[in-house]
Design a protein around this ligand. Structure first.
Ligand code: ADP
Ligand code: MG
Length: 474
């Protein structure tokens, strides 16, 4: 695949001028983040980092990623409803990982009491990298699926205008027209709106569980704005507010500040540092309620790396999606090598292979949010330390995807404009709504391309490593 903008990357003066235009256009389009100095206020904002040029992506892989998204929606939904599968899959992990154990504990409590929720809403994003094959072609390989707080659907709708601007400024109007339009936040909002409607209470609100310090506020507002346009009101509250002012009535309807809540949309609650005892209690209260949680606790667990690894085992997809061999084949084609580190021969063998060829693997704890995985020497040290301990079961080992690097400029506030070697990660947003046993919505609603310099093994946009991008289909 041709993989860069070639001669355009050579002219330093032109790159600088283009970058200035691109940044101003990004600001005008609302590709914004709050600053790290003032993460709780919108008084001072800056642009979200992005690439100067859209990065080339084979259209066949883009189509493949879109085509498998509804299958992933079905799969996540199936896993979330299969308590026995979740219990069995996570049993070794929860012995050693207290965060997953805490989530699982809430899951068990809700099951024991009986699930009050009747409408289920999934907003997820399945992420991929493009594995370079020996023959020079590329293959779509899933990195992970995010079932909670999948972000950048809002800002991703605003970056196409920026890249079109850059190409138009270079008089590349034909190329500019090839940049795909994209509006994930609209689709995500439609999912929330459908769940709200099925909940069936005209005055009920959407409760967005927010962090105190939120740099990515404009991404979230994009969804809120879409909902308000449909006359659905959103209130933003922290877990702490829920614990102080949230309550359930005798039917387990959820009330916040005295107002009924139809849908709870989490943009917090996916990592250990986001929970103290008070927040865990608030989470339990929300989960016990009949409000539609996005995601409910079982769906959050369905997004763990341990579940991802178990799904890649022979025969597992067939059981979860019976009678759907085509969906199973589409899903499996995107799976990279995933290895359990549970105590026993299989785990021993995986560790041996990783120690023999560290550059071919990634070691992942059960965490979200970027910056948690271990590579190279760090991975070797961790494996040496873990290999005789049951703690190793709280990790999964994954084949490392090696995409073909290409040149692009990563534009960030305060950084000089220069060409660096990069790799990209493609995400597809999926939405589904289920009422009881009936699936009433299942779709893909847009994409996100993130690009980072090759010197960073890990990390997303929020972690300060990757930047926003658009696929340029080739
Ligand atoms: P998180 O939940 O923290 O986002 P990910 O599994 O998405 O965890 O990993 C974080 C980042 O690490 C990814 O965005 C990607 O850049 C890199 N990464 C993860 N898995 C692999 C892999 N198998 N091969 C290459 N890079 C990977
Ligand atoms: Mg990720």
């Amino acid at each position: 695949m041709a993989n860069s903008w070639g001669s355009l990357l050579q002219d330093e003066q032109q790159l600088k001028e283009l970058a200035q235009q691109a940044v101003d256009r990004a600001l005008a389009e609302g590709v914004l983040l709050r600053t790290s100095q003032e993460p709780s206020s919108s008084d001072v904002v800056s642009y979200a980092p992005f690439t100067l040029f859209p990065s080339l992506v084979p259209s066949a892989l883009l189509e493949q990623a879109y085509a498998v998204q509804m299958d992933f929606n079905l799969l996540v939904d199936a896993v979330s409803q299969d308590a026995a599968f979740l219990e069995q899959t996570l049993s070794s992990t929860i012995k050693r990982d207290s965060f997953t154990a805490h989530l699982f504990d809430i899951h068990k409590q809700v099951l024991k009491e009986g699930i009050a929720q009747t409408v289920f809403l999934g907003l997820n994003r399945s992420d991929y990298m493009f594995q370079r094959n020996a023959d020079g072609s590329s293959a779509l390989k899933q990195i992970e699926i995010n079932t909670i707080s999948a972000s950048f659907g809002g800002l991703a709708s605003r970056t196409p205008a920026v890249h079109r601007h850059v190409l138009n400024a270079l008089s590349k109007t034909k190329e500019a027209a090839n940049i795909l339009s994209n509006n994930p936040s609209k689709g995500l909002a439609l999912g929330i709106a459908k769940a709200w409607e099925l909940y069936g209470s005209a005055n009920a609100l959407v409760l967005l569980i927010a962090q105190e310090k939120e740099r990515n506020i404009f991404d979230q507002r994009a969804i809120e704005n879409e909902l308000l346009a449909r006359k659905i009101h959103v209130i933003r509250r922290r877990f702490e507010d829920v614990s102080e002012k949230g309550s359930l009535d005798h039917n387990r309807k959820l009330f916040m500040d005295g107002q009924e809540i139809a849908v709870v949309y989490f943009r917090d609650g996916y990592m250990p540092s986001q929970y103290g005892q008070q927040n865990w209690e608030a989470r339990l209260l929300l989960e016990r309620s009949c409000a539609v949680k996005c995601p409910d606790i079982a769906t959050q667990l369905a997004g763990t790396k341990k579940v991802q690894q178990q799904l890649s085992r022979a025969g597992v997809l067939e059981v979860l999606l019976p009678g759907q061999p085509e969906a199973v084949a589409r899903l499996r084609a995107t799976f990279a090598g995933l290895y359990s580190l549970d105590m026993g021969e299989e785990g021993d063998q995986a560790i041996k292979e990783a120690l023999a060829a560290p550059s071919r693997f990634v070691l992942k704890p059960q965490r979200e949010g970027g910056g948690n995985n271990l590579y190279g020497d760090d991975m070797v040290q961790a494996l040496e330390r873990l290999k005789d301990s049951e703690e190793r079961a709280s990790y999964t080992l994954m084949e490392k995807i090696e995409p073909e690097p290409f040149g692009n400029c990563l534009l960030r506030p305060g950084s000089p404009v220069r060409v660096v070697q990069c790799v990209s990660e493609l995400g597809i947003f999926g939405v589904y709504v289920r009422q009881g046993k009936t699936l009433v919505m299942n779709k893909h609603v847009g994409h996100l391309l993130r690009t980072k310099a090759i010197e960073h093994a890990d990390g997303g946009v929020a972690a300060g490593v990757a930047v926003l991008d658009n696929p340029y289909p080739v």
